[in-house]
Design a protein. Structure first.
Length: 474
């Protein structure tokens, strides 16, 4: 076989809504109790009874607005979609939501910009809406927006995927401003820069039978982190456990609860030759080079240039599904994985997506090196060790490591036992017998010259029971 991807790592060094529109829900009618005179800079918390009374007034006003919208726009079903608190205009490409301020304290942790009425997360959201998530989903389907996919770490999808929308907020009749400006970065104490939100869809079912956002999860419509059950997501990698407390309610967040607010969603401006931001890309590695979407293989430098061009030339995000031939040596796969990790960033627009069925996620080839030392591990998964003998055959060994805890010991003694494995089926049977109960991880140790095809049958045999694979290449 000719040299495979030489020096691969060195490559990295080389319009507004149409004229007709429904007025936003009006402030409380005359005769309702007015807030006490005070500075606009003060925070004005309400008692639960006061909030409920104000919501009731606003809800009644929304009913009147909904009735007016149905009368004015309901007959033109080709252009408008009307639901309680929702107005979509297919010609203007906008969706308007009636919402209200929660009155969150400025500087409080803000996990959400907008939530549903039954969310229960008012204490960490800037706005809330009376609209059902199912109705919001219908509105975006009415515009013809394809649903996206949320980040799903269990499926190794670390980037949310969806078309991008800009969101503006009009609070209590004030001029519209980018909605993200009501959030603040904890690290800088400055408003969050507008970047838009990705339309996910939230699991809305055909016919509106149910919507997971309405019935499960935190009722997320606009989160500040990667929420798996949501209508929209942030356009970046933002796992909740990594970004918690990084987003706060801004100093300009409405300081009175139940202030009527209108949120307007518009698709981002796109180049005429690239109407969709989302660009799925199939990247395949073979001894001849990289193939993109089934095209003829090209050298690594050319493939990397093509992937970057999706962002630089077409303002698209490339969601890369990475696979490879059985002939690929594991050392070369590891080198490519290192390269992908360098470019799998927000800045490049290259997003390595969940792996195709039957392949491990590329970062399985980049385990933490300290886990080679069994004593340094916090648990003891079984090991699979492959080695090529002098006769050219590949020998497989299953290693089971038991922990023996002695009185007052800070670390256990390790009981290491090795079991020869005849083939993939034998490995499946032995692993089922020897693996710690509930342990879904497997550590694999292989020589770098070994083709992936020699390892694949073993991984295929146990993928259902041990999907968490770390491959150490020697």
């Amino acid at each position: 076989m000719k040299a495979f991807l030489p020096a691969v790592l060195s490559l990295f060094a080389a319009a507004a809504l149409a004229q007709e529109e429904v007025a936003p829900v009006a402030p409380a009618p005359a005769g309702e109790p007015a807030p006490a005179e005070s500075s606009e800079d003060e925070w004005h918390p309400m008692t639960e009874d006061e909030e409920n009374a104000a919501k009731a007034v606003l809800s009644a006003a929304l009913d009147e607005s909904f009735a007016a919208a149905k009368e004015k726009f309901g007959a033109d079903t080709n252009r408008y979609f009307v639901a309680r608190g929702v107005l979509a205009d297919r010609e203007a490409r906008t969706v308007r939501l009636d919402a209200f301020a929660t009155g969150i304290r400025p500087g409080a942790i803000a996990e959400f910009l907008l939530i549903t009425l039954n969310s229960g997360h008012e204490y960490e959201s800037v706005f809330q809406t009376f609209a059902l998530a199912a109705d919001i989903a219908r509105a975006f389907e009415f515009l013809g927006v394809p649903p996206g996919l949320p980040a799903d770490f269990s499926a190794y999808r670390f980037w949310p995927r969806g078309e991008r929308f800009e969101v503006e907020a009009e609070v209590d009749g004030a001029p519209a401003v980018p909605a993200e400006g009501f959030l603040m970065e904890a690290s800088t104490q400055k408003p969050r820069e507008p970047a838009g939100f990705l339309w996910i869809g939230g699991g809305w079912t055909e016919g509106g039978v149910s919507n997971t956002v309405d019935f499960s999860g935190p009722g997320s419509i606009l989160p500040s982190y990667n929420e798996p059950v949501t209508l929209f997501d942030v356009p970046r990698r933002a796992p909740q456990n990594e970004v918690y407390q990084s987003c706060l309610a801004g100093e300009n967040a409405p300081r009175r609860a139940i202030l009527p607010t209108v949120l307007t969603f518009r698709p981002e401006a796109r180049p005429a030759d690239a109407p969709s931001r989302v660009r799925p890309v199939a990247l395949r590695l073979s001894p001849e080079g990289f193939s993109i979407d089934g095209a003829d293989p090209v050298p690594p430098a050319e493939a990397l240039k093509a992937l970057r061009a999706f962002r630089t030339d077409r303002a698209q995000d490339a969601y890369v599904s990475f696979s490879w031939d059985d002939a690929a040596p594991l050392a070369d796969l590891r080198a490519v994985a290192q390269l992908l990790r360098m470019v799998d960033t927000e800045e490049t627009g290259i997003r390595v997506d969940a792996p195709p069925e039957g392949f491990p996620y590329y970062q399985a080839l980049l385990p933490r090196d300290e886990w080679r030392d069994r004593a340094a591990r916090y648990s003891q998964p079984c090991e699979l060790r492959l080695a090529r003998g002098e006769d050219g055959a590949v020998a497989a060994t299953l290693v089971a490591i038991g922990e023996i805890w002695k009185d007052d010991a800070l670390k256990p003694d390790l009981d290491v036992k090795e079991f020869p494995v005849a083939n993939a089926d034998d490995f499946r049977a032995k692993l089922a017998e020897k693996a710690p109960a509930g342990m879904k991880a497997l550590l694999v140790f292989v020589p770098g010259a070994l083709p992936y095809g020699e390892l694949r049958p073993y991984l295929d045999a146990v993928r259902a029971t041990h999907p968490l694979v770390q491959i150490f290449v020697d």
